[in-house]
Ligand binder design. Structure first.
Ligand SMILES: NC(=O)c1ccc[n+]([C@@H]2O[C@H](COP(=O)([O-])OP(=O)(O)OC[C@H]3O[C@@H](n4cnc5c(N)ncnc54)[C@H](OP(=O)(O)O)[C@@H]3O)[C@@H](O)[C@H]2O)c1
Length: 211
């Protein structure tokens, strides 16, 4: 599964629900790379999105009814689908191992925000990362993911930034390609920790439970 992201040198990806920077070079790259693809994104990112012609979007939300309630959300793309995170992961895992293309949605590409990169990180095999030559303040930062990939190469350079493709996914810790992650029995957050002595703990709510 592919993913695309833009971040500043200090790993900032968002501020006040929006992008914390403007880069015409990156917007051009984003349009070119995503055209014709199906983008997977969180409800918050979708809400702040401009119209993306020529792309399908799968919005991840806990509340599918609200997404379509009173038609308050205009469709900003070719086709709009709504799923919760677990449903989409199950759809994808149904397809093949390792995950590359999904038959129902070819060219599935994870497009953020932070919670959705985290949710799908175990399944990302190609990560297209724009690094902008700036440091900015924000409220949304990307945790390191670079160590999960064996290879990377700069595939594009533009004024103020570059795009690095990370690939050759390293199978190991935090890699759940081919299996469903477990969920916390209290808060339902996705858990990537390996259980120890039959117990696991949730990094979201801190609850420890037997597995
Ligand atoms: N720099 C970049 O490349 C880039 C790209 C995209 C976004 N961003 C930035 O990222 C920030 C937003 O990130 P975010 O993490 O706050 O929001 P988000 O990931 O865009 O959306 C979060 C929402 O997704 C839904 N969701 C998440 N996990 C789910 C699950 N397991 N099952 C069902 N629904 C789930 C929930 O929607 P409901 O509340 O409806 O249930 C949740 O509130 C913004 O600042 C945005 O600009 C940056």
């Amino acid at each position: 599964m592919k993913a695309i992201i833009a971040m500043s040198e200090n790993r900032c990806i968002g501020r006040d629900g929006k992008l914390p920077f403007h880069s015409s070079g990156d917007l051009k790259w984003f349009k070119e790379f995503t055209m014709g693809k199906t983008l997977v994104m969180g409800r918050k990112t979708y809400d702040t999105l401009p119209v993306l012609k020529g792309r399908d979007i799968i919005v991840i939300t806990h509340d599918k009814a609200r997404m379509f309630g009173d038609c308050i959300r205009p469709v900003k793309c070719e086709n709009l689908f709504v799923r919760n995170g677990k449903e989409l992961i199950e759809d994808i895992l149904d397809i093949e191992y390792p995950i590359s293309e999904c038959k129902e949605w070819p060219n599935l590409t994870v497009a953020g925000g932070k919670s959705i990169y985290e949710l799908f990180m175990p399944y990302i095999t190609e990560f297209y990362v724009t690094i902008l030559d700036i440091n900015v303040d924000g409220d949304c930062y990307m945790e390191p993911f670079e160590h999960l990939f064996g290879k990377n190469e700069v595939i594009r350079e533009f004024e103020g930034g570059k795009v690095i493709k990370y690939y050759d996914r390293i199978i190991g810790s935090h890699t759940i390609i081919g299996t469903l992650p477990s969920n916390c029995k209290i808060c339902d957050a996705v858990i990537y920790n390996e259980p120890e002595d039959g117990f696991n703990h949730c990094s979201d709510c801190g609850h420890e439970f037997e597995v």
